[in-house]
Design a protein around this ligand. Structure first.
Ligand code: CA
Length: 517
């Protein structure tokens, strides 16, 4: 096999015509074709002439995309709504799965089921092997109206402790809730930063608002918000009896000084602030950015090192990770009913599901934005020293634009990560702690009625839950007396209706999964 590849490579190098033949396999059309495309994403990324990565796709496929969204619009949702209201749709339209299904069922978008089957072999093969994605994008009428962006890897956040502090206090990586409590108490009392002051903040977070306690609350068995329980029903963590156990535990630790007194308000720069002051000890956070502090703090705090560790066994003895990435972000692109050449459109969309298309989106162009090192793509200085983040650079030039749907390539993140990032990611994946105990709610397609119930009731409930969580965190003495009325209040606000709406959509999802088998 290797010999054959080598032979092909040598032949290709000696004979440019055969290289051309190789590339012709990505041709979508013999004649150059231009498709119009509404691509407006994240309020920032709008298809324009700077997107040279699409020029390379055009060279390979013979299909050019002509943007219809205005770069002057800074609100993707508003731009989308205006386009839909105007009724003048581009051939290809980026947006959310919910909107694609809603307007698709009203006739604005072409059903893609047959087009995918007949003309999109790469995406079709992916769907065959990823039934939950297929089910997640299928509209209530049974049609598919969108090609979605999909994540490859489910690991997202992990637990980290200061290894230099552990060493100094002669402590080991904890494996149980009690052991973690012991470590954090020592961080609090035994002056690991060595300045003679009791100024350490054992646990910090950089979230804003109550959601940043999600990791901590999981130590007491709580899945913070929506999840699928072990009986296969969708539940809401803060609307459950387990929440009483968890919020009491959290409040207790808070009163012992183990948690940042400003946990809900310190905000996005918490890590920069508390790590550079050598005061922060433990965090549950995203792996790539957190391990980045091992690089950035190296010359700031002597011996600074964050080591990743598996979630400790929770109050019930379960080892599980509360955070995970959804497989889908709920976005992608569709073919409008106005498109005169849907076959060319779907073929072009399918190009991004080839290995070549995926690499083009992730890394850009070989010799320009990346080079191959030991067979692996590595970004060039053009990207790394562009003055902006890799993501932003790529997205501003047509790569990693998630609405131009492709399968996310996790190798790219590993490359960006400082030690021990890749190792921690692998540790969590290998241990099977992510997405096991309580599953994330998959991408569901809702009926209009279900969506109405959810959007009219859930936000008010969440606001009330946030208020009570803040109150109880800072003073746990009233939890026993007020918990029952808290649950009653949420019931009165319609939490049961919200869960019923989720569960009816989920029942359809399970049904479709069963039929798809
Ligand atoms: Ca100290």
């Amino acid at each position: 096999m290797k010999k054959l590849l080598l032979l092909l490579l040598v032949t290709a190098l000696l004979n440019p015509a055969s290289l051309l033949a190789e590339e012709k396999s990505f041709l979508v059309s013999q004649e150059p074709v231009t498709l119009t495309a509404f691509i407006h994403w994240g309020n920032v990324y709008v298809l324009n002439d700077d997107w040279f990565i699409l020029d390379e796709a055009e060279r390979l496929t013979n299909v050019k995309l002509k943007g219809t969204a205005s770069v002057n619009d800074t609100d993707s949702t508003a731009a989308y709504n205006l386009m839909i209201a105007g009724g003048d749709l581009a051939d290809l339209v980026s947006g959310t799965i919910n909107n694609a299904n809603k307007y698709g069922m009203e006739g604005a978008f072409a059903p893609l089921n047959d087009l995918i089957k007949e003309h999109a072999p790469n995406f079709a093969a992916f769907l065959d092997n990823n039934l939950e994605v297929k089910t997640g994008i299928t509209a209530p009428d049974g049609n598919i109206y969108i090609i979605p962006f999909v994540y490859e890897l489910l690991v997202s956040e992990a637990w980290f402790l200061r290894q230099d502090w552990l060493d100094k206090l002669d402590l080991k990586i904890p494996t149980t809730l009690d052991e973690l409590h012991t470590v954090l108490t020592a961080f609090r009392n035994d002056d690991p930063n060595g300045n003679g002051l009791k100024d350490e903040i054992p646990v910090l977070d950089r979230g804003t608002g109550t959601g940043c306690a999600e990791g901590l609350l999981s130590l007491w068995g709580l899945n913070y918000d929506l999840y699928v329980d072990q009986e296969g029903a969708i539940q809401y963590g803060r609307y459950s009896d387990q929440y009483k156990v968890a919020i009491k535990g959290l409040s207790q630790w808070f009163s012992e000084g183990l948690i940042d007194p400003e946990i809900y308000t310190r905000g996005g720069q918490s890590r920069e602030q508390l790590f550079s002051e050598n005061n922060g000890g433990c965090i549950h956070d995203w792996i790539p950015s957190t391990t980045g502090f091992n690089k950035s703090m190296k010359d700031v705090v002597d011996g600074f090192y964050l080591t990743g560790f598996l979630p400790v066994a929770d109050v019930n003895g379960d080892v599980w990770e509360v955070s995970s990435r959804q497989r889908m972000e709920g976005i992608g692109w569709s073919i409008s009913s106005a498109c005169k050449d849907p076959v060319t459109a779907i073929k072009y969309m399918d190009f991004w599901w080839t290995d070549t298309g995926r690499r083009l989106s992730t890394y850009g162009i070989e010799g320009d934005t990346y080079t191959l090192v030991d067979g692996q793509p590595v970004f060039t200085d053009k990207v790394l020293k562009s003055g902006t983040s890799v993501n932003d650079y790529m997205r501003s030039h047509g790569g990693q634009v998630n609405v131009i749907a492709y399968l996310h390539d996790a190798s790219y993140e590993n490359q960006m990560m400082a030690d021990p990032g890749p190792e921690v990611t692998k540790m969590y994946a290998d241990a099977g702690v992510v997405y096991t105990r309580n599953k994330n709610v998959p991408t569901l397609s809702f009926t209009e009625e279900e969506l109405d119930v959810i959007t009219s009731k859930l936000p008010t409930c969440v606001t009330y839950m946030d208020e009570m969580q803040t109150k109880w965190t800072f003073d746990g003495s009233t939890i026993d007396d007020t918990f029952d009325s808290y649950m009653d209040t949420l019931k009165g606000m319609g939490m049961d209706d919200v869960l019923a709406a989720y569960n009816s959509a989920y029942a359809r999802y399970l049904d479709a999964m069963e039929k798809g088998k």
